[in-house]
Every structure is written in C-alpha cells, then in structure tokens.
Design a binder for this molecule. Structure first.
Ligand SMILES: *Cc1c(COP(=O)(O)O)cnc(C)c1O
Length: 392
C-alpha cells in the first residue's frame, strides 16, 4: 500500500468547473466575451474593489498596472527580492530599473529597507504578499506618500487575504493590486490574472492597454462603421471566455477553500510547536494580518540540523511529501546581479532556510498528519540511514 504523493500545491477542478467551461465553449465568444465581465464583477464584489480588469496572466496584470501608472525608461521601482521573477521583469519590459529592498521575518518587503533606496528616479513601490500574508501596507503607504510614489500590491499569493477586515485587493492603501490565476494559485483560469483598483482612470487605461491600446466607439461614425481609435501602444493581454467561465465557477468554492487552508495552517503550526525552534520554525503572525495561505513556508536551520536542504527534501520525498523552495532572491539571478548589486542579507538568509510544505484545500486530515510526522521524523533524525542516503 502506498499513499499518494503530496505535491507542495495543486489545483482543484470539479464537475461544476467542467460544465462551466463546456457551456462557454458552446457560446459565440471564445475569447474576451460575456463571461469576462461577469468574472470581473464577481471578483470586484469579493475584493470590495470598484474596478477589476481580468487579463491573460499575473505577469500581464503587473505589466499593465505598471504601464497604466506611467512607468517607463529611466524610471525605477523598489520591490522585494523574495518573489517570483515576474514582479521585477514586468518593470524591465517597460525599460525601468528595479531596486531590491530586504525582507522581514515573514519574507515580506521590510519598510525600513525601502527608504534608503529611494532616488529621484524612483516612481513606485511594489509590495509582494509572500505566501499569502499581507505585507506591512500601512508603513509602505506612509513611505509612498512621503515621497510622492505609487504603491502596487502583487497579490498573486494573496487572493482572500485580509488586513483587519479589509480584503487584499480593495486597494485601501495602494493604487492597484494584481492577482494570478495560474493553476498553483488559489483559483485558476488555466492562465489568467487581474488588476483591481479604486482609480477609474487606471481601470480605463488598463482596459485599453490589454487590447492593443484600442478604444471602441459606442456609435457608428459618419462613414457608418463602428470604429475604434488607437491613441497609445498596448498589447493583447485578454483573458479567454473559457478561462473566465472557469474562474467564475472556481470563485464559488474560494470561501470554503480558504477556510480549509486556514485549518491546515493551524494544524501545522500546532504540530510544529513541539519541535526544537532552533531547528524549525514557522513564520511570525503579525497582528491584524490574515494570510490566504497560498504556501506554507517553514524556516529550517540546515547547518544546525547537519543536513543539506537537498537531503531534507529527498528524505521527505521518500515519504511521499513534496516540497519547494520560495524563492531564490531575484536580485541574485544573473540577469539582475549583473545590472547592480543588492544588499539583502535577510532575504538571503530567508531563502537559505525556506522550505514550502504541501498546502492546498484538498489535503485530507490524514495527509496533514503524514506531513507533520514526516517532517518531525526528519528534523529529529528519528530514522534509518537509508532514508538519508543520497539518490543517484
Ligand atoms: C505566480 C506569480 C506571478 C505571475 O503570475 P502568472 O500568472 O504566472 O504570470 C507574479 N508574482 C508572483 C508573486 C507570483 O507568485
């Protein structure tokens, strides 16, 4: 008898999702059609945001948000090094430079690291809600206001997270928030993303830029055709109607999925509380910030444990437990380190101790206990040598 392998994250698709996509396939619009508007409205009400634009990916969402905020060649943004590459790459595609701050114990951008990086070229700050836990938005907002900068939230990990009672995405403290609906995230549209904002002119600009820069005319012109005008250069960043139909169906399940993720996180925390905190600890829980638990990161002192991260990962893999590392600091990727050196000791330390454990809503209680037992065994080195033997 073998238990199924538990990856660190996975999507969940049910019969209702399949029916929704089949219905959309039978419709007249396969690309941006009626489901896209409905998906945007449903997201807007969930996020408590007046404006949402659905787009083709989380990367496109970042690119459009930065472009709509006017980011361009010669400008700079400041962001966290503990993120997926797209947060920085989207700025580089507009010709802007990226300065990397450092992170706090949660893996979120440390406001103290931001202010020293501000230069006359700095235009904006991009917070990344690592693992689903909101960054310190109040302090980042204060810095942005003091220096006349915009503030964007990369909430690819944080659909369903809250600061107090306010959903991340409401943009109470930011100019725009971006989401990803890649299959590993909370809900999926296969590929997809969204931008939310309270600023109507940003919403209008994002909607134009996602469609080549086109503005559609509501009435026919004097030549009798329904024309369109293009005043600026955009992209094709449309979400398909199939993806939007899937997204609408997935959103129905989000509240239950978030509750399940919260239960799993609490069980992990309670279980790991019995381990030596010098060997393994969970990230802190800042007051008033509620994680959406996209990932469950633990921080392990591999040197003290006397095992490499690779050895721990393969020992867990032998127990059917998948893990992943989030993230190599983006500033240390050759593309970025060649451009400029960054001073982010906390991010490097965070990266060198981070391990993301299985976290998704379809994990059963038995799966969670298996992860707890497997991790505890490896951390306490209660096992036979064969488990630690190097693979081929
Ligand atoms: C997934 C992710 C993105 C990019 O989203 P895609 O939909 O894959 O383009 C951006 N930022 C972060 C933090 C992510 O995790």
């Amino acid at each position: 008898m073998t238990d199924a392998f538990l990856p660190y994250g996975r999507q969940s698709i049910d019969e209702a999702d399949i029916r929704a996509v089949v219905e959309a396939l039978k419709g007249s619009h396969l690309t941006q059609g009626p489901s896209v508007g409905r998906f945007e409205q449903k997201l807007a009400s969930l996020l408590d945001a007046p404006h949402v634009s659905a787009v083709s990916s989380g990367t496109a969402a970042l690119h459009l948000a930065y472009a709509a905020l006017g980011l361009g060649a010669g400008d700079e943004i400041i962001t966290s090094p503990i993120t997926f590459l797209a947060t920085a790459n989207a700025a580089r595609h507009l010709g802007a430079e990226v300065s990397f701050g450092d992170v706090d114990d949660c893996g979120n951008l440390d406001p103290d690291s931001v202010e020293p990086l501000i230069s006359p070229r700095t235009r904006g700050i991009v917070a990344v809600h690592f693992a689903g836990l909101p960054a310190d938005m109040q302090r980042l907002r204060a810095i942005a206001e003091r220096h006349g900068l915009w503030l964007v939230e990369d909430a690819a990990h944080a659909l369903g997270a809250r600061i107090g009672v306010t959903p991340v995405g409401a943009c109470a403290l930011s100019d725009a928030t971006t989401f990803s609906f890649h299959p590993v995230k909370h809900i999926t549209t296969a590929e997809g993303g969204a931008v939310s904002t309270r600023r109507v002119e940003l919403k209008q600009k994002i909607d134009r830029l996602r469609e080549h820069g086109i503005e559609r005319r509501p009435a026919p012109d004097s030549e009798g055709h329904y024309g369109y005008v293009m005043q600026e250069l955009g992209w094709n960043y449309r979400l398909s109607d199939l993806g939007a139909a899937l997204g609408i169906s997935q959103l129905d399940k989000l509240p239950a999925w978030l509750r399940r993720r919260e239960q799993i996180a609490q069980r992990y925390r309670a279980g790991f509380a019995g381990l030596d905190p010098l060997l393994l600890r969970c990230t802190p829980l800042p007051q008033g910030r509620h994680s959406a638990h996209h990932l469950f990161p633990v921080l392990i002192d591999f040197a003290r444990l006397g095992l490499t991260r690779g050895a721990v990962m393969s020992a867990l893999k032998q127990r059917g437990i998948g893990t992943q590392v989030h993230y190599i600091p983006v500033c240390d990727q050759p593309y970025y380190s060649k451009r400029k050196s960054s001073d982010c000791p906390n991010a490097r330390r965070f990266y060198s101790s981070e391990l993301s454990l299985p976290m998704y809503s379809t994990l059963t209680d038995a799966d969670v206990e298996r992860v707890l037992a497997g991790v505890s065994e490896v951390i306490e080195r209660r096992t036979t040598a064969v488990v630690y033997a190097k693979g081929p």
